[in-house]
Design a protein around this ligand. Structure first.
Ligand code: ARG
Length: 594
């Protein structure tokens, strides 16, 4: 099944071809002037230019060939040579009926499904998450759902940051605080079993300890060389799987992961894989040997690097630091080894890294090294970067105290705001406390996610909870409210025994709703191609608005005839299904009531 726009494009392309013009110029888009037309084709202008003809004449020739098309009620040439198309009520009704009958609400899948990995979230052991992780989680989750919806096999991997310098910092800090642990680490480092059971003293280390110690250790490491050197040494010990460091690190990893999974889950973000940087560790040694054998590795003052700069580069790219002078694996090393690991385990056709735009150079370096070494097909690794979520000061968002915002605190804060907004709007009064909390939670998540996803990912935006959580305007809560309104209407209809029936289109608001329903496939395809969930967000908003106008202009339960009532109920049902699907692709769930 294809959409009306696609079908009309085919018809117009055929008319172009029949007139001896390039068929690919016969493409149709939604009209810029909905008051004049439903669709338009601008291809007569370039076609005329190429053929050295008058564009209005060319347009008139094409229009003439379309005149007999039963789906069109008018074909007109406008302005310098635009072709304006108006679609018949019957064609719109037929298309709306298809959308209504389709579990995918009119959206097609890809013709050749691929195996995709989406690397997103990227939280770190003990280091609190910042807004970059929030955006990565929200955008990555949406991309995962959009790709899956289009038919690809998608694996979402959190790529847990668990193997770098911050691990050494933390091991040192915990040892400084607890002499018993320090003693155990030393003894075990001398010959314990890294795969053995955790000593009871290690089991005592809590997430609260790590949260408290990490910022102090990070600050000290910044100003104290000896402290920093020790942390580097401990990182190297960890990576060498010396049992004291390794077992303590296993505890850090476990407590962090449990808390993170809980927070992500509350946000409606769930990963298929929680692989960490450390999971690629076993591949690093053979990889280094392989890079050396391929002649890609160079010594550079005790470190080992791969040069990736190219003559044609406008900007100078640093080399990939594979082994540091202390012998440690670096951020880029684990990323390169992860490319290899994924190739061996999942054999992806394409990998999308949904990570802060500020890491663009890092990924360019890693990707080039991977292509040089033959670990991935050129072009199969892609960085889908994004801008920052800023505070009112225009800098990346911080808490009022100037600290990093914790995901859990953000969700709590947003939930409290959502509850306040619901009460203000006089909503949720008839819900029991548990249902009210559930609704407030869904409103909160919708507020956060929609505020993020309505912008193209590359754009930075300002965090403004008051605006995000409003029930008016282009917000998540507005969309949920519209969806809930349709649900309640459909419940009432069901109670009264009213059923949906054949769709007939007549009123302008019905036409507009049907045209909007038709545009879903294109929105999803665009979001997919450009890794841009904002196309789906925009569609959801337009659909909610089209529904709202339809609801105001066309009485449903009080429709003039039983047939009109049945038709409008079918339209409302289709609109709800499509709206919930679109919101689902954004990772937003709708409550039943509010
Ligand atoms: N943990 C990293 C950070 O906090 C993000 C990881 C992104 N993914 C990757 N494959 N490097 O910045």
């Amino acid at each position: 099944m294809s959409d009306l726009k696609g079908d009309l494009s085919e018809a117009v392309a055929a008319a172009f071809a029949a007139a001896g013009l390039p068929a690919d110029l016969g493409r149709v888009t939604a009209s810029d002037r909905p008051d004049l037309a439903d669709f338009q084709c601008n291809g007569a202008l370039p076609a005329a230019k190429r053929a050295g003809l008058n564009p209005r004449d060319v347009a008139a020739g094409v229009a003439g060939r379309l005149a007999g098309d039963a789906r069109l009620t008018s074909v007109e040439v406008a302005g310098p040579g635009f072709i304006n198309l108006k679609v018949s009520d019957a064609a719109l009704a037929a298309r709306a009926a298809e959308v209504a009958a389709d579990p995918r609400a009119g959206a097609q899948g890809v013709s050749r499904p691929r195996r995709i990995i989406i690397d997103y979230g990227g939280p770190n052991v003990a280091k609190p998450m910042h807004v970059g992780h929030l955006r990565s989680s929200i955008i990555g989750e949406s991309l995962k759902r959009i790709y899956r919806f289009r038919g690809d096999t998608v694996t979402g991997d959190a790529h847990f940051g668990d193997w770098g310098y911050q691990m050494g910092l933390l091991i040192g800090a915990v040892c400084d605080e607890d002499a018993a642990i320090a003693g155990l680490v030393e003894t075990l480092n001398a010959g314990g079993d890294p795969d053995g059971a955790l000593p009871a003293a290690f089991e005592q280390v809590s997430l609260a300890d790590l949260d408290r110690l990490y910022p102090l250790a990070a600050a000290q490491g910044n100003q104290d060389t000896a402290y920093r050197d020790r942390a580097r040494k401990l990182t190297a010990d960890l990576q060498a799987r010396r049992a004291g460091c390794y077992l303590l690190w296993r505890r850090f990893r476990a407590v962090t992961q449990v808390a993170l999974q809980r927070d992500f889950h509350a946000l409606g973000v769930d990963f298929d894989l929680w692989n960490g940087e450390s999971d690629a560790d076993a591949l690093i040694e053979p990889m280094v040997a392989d890079l050396a054998a391929k002649g890609l590795l160079e010594d550079d003052q005790g470190a080992r690097i791969v040069r990736v700069a190219r003559e044609s580069d406008k900007k100078k790219l640093p080399p990939l630091l594979v082994v540091s002078s202390e012998g440690s694996a670096m951020y880029g090393t684990t990323d390169l080894a992860t490319v290899l690991d994924r190739k061996q385990t999942l054999a992806p056709d394409h990998v999308i890294y949904c990570v802060d735009q500020r890491q663009a150079d890092h990924f360019e370096v890693v990707f080039r090294a991977a292509y040089l070494a033959g670990y991935a097909v050129e072009g199969s690794l892609e960085h889908a970067g994004f801008g920052t979520m800023n505070g009112a000061d225009g800098k990346p968002f911080k808490t009022r105290e100037g600290g990093v915002l914790k995901l859990n605190d953000l969700i709590e804060m947003t939930r409290a705001k959502a509850a306040e907004r619901l009460r203000e709007a006089g909503l949720g009064a008839e819900l029991d406390p548990a249902a009210f909390d559930d609704t407030a939670h869904k409103v909160a998540i919708a507020a956060l996610k929609f505020a993020d996803l309505q912008n193209f990912r590359g754009t930075s935006y300002v965090f403004d909870l008051d605006r995000f959580s409003s029930f008016e305007g282009k917000t998540g809560p507005y969309l949920l409210y519209q969806a809930v309104r349709v649900k309640s209407l459909l419940r009432k209809a069901a109670e009264a025994g009213d059923k949906a029936g054949a769709i007939a289109i007549g009123e302008p608001a019905e036409r507009d709703l049907a045209l909007t329903l038709d545009a879903f496939d294109q929105a999803v395809a665009e979001a997919y191609d450009k890794k841009a969930p904002n196309a789906v967000a925009e569609h959801a908003y337009r659909l909610a608005q089209a529904f709202s106008k339809f609801y105001a202009a066309c009485p449903i339960l009080a429709a003039p005839t039983p047939a009109a009532k049945a038709s409008r109920l079918a339209l409302a049902t289709a609109a709800l299904k499509q709206l919930e699907l679109a919101l689902g692709l954004l990772g937003i769930e709708t409550p039943e009531r509010m």
